[in-house]
Design a protein around this ligand. Sequence first.
Ligand SMILES: [Zn+2]
Length: 186
Amino acid sequence: MKNHPTAPFTVSVFDVSHRIGEERSVRLDETLPERWGEGVAYVDAGQTVSVDLSLEGLHDGILVSAEIDATAVAECVRCLEPVDIPVQVEFQELFAYSPTEELEFSVQDNHVNCEQLVRDAVVLSLPFQPLCDEDCLGLDPATGEKLTEPRAQDGSTIDPRWAALEALASTDTTTASKPAAKKRTK
Ligand SMILES: [Zn+2]
């Protein structure tokens, strides 16, 4: 018998294979060798991803149910402070005993390899616009400090990111004067 190298997120299903109704649970704690996630939020290399797997032998394959637990990190998109994001996701997938066209995953050498499924589930759950707090007020463009109360809306301080838009809006008002558009008079 082939000596099976232990790939990450891969478990033996020998004891439930072809035994209909037979179930087994197994917990995996894997340390990531590389970062998961390309965006602003990601699970960093060296972090542990925990997976509670339940394996059930069915007629045509092994039903794998997984509950995943991990912690992603990100910068708040408003104030740039580091944020820890708890990741809790699940998936269920049937691994066929023999590869078929309908089923993407199959049992290989009496093992199921869940790495791609776990990774996809985690990465797809990561937020695109992570916030330290729903009500985060972001940074004061003048001082660069984190705001603790809303900035006065007197038009005297304009976020540099909006200044360009403001300029565009101003050129729009050459014919009709829009009372809502604030001119920068300062
Ligand atoms: Zn924030």
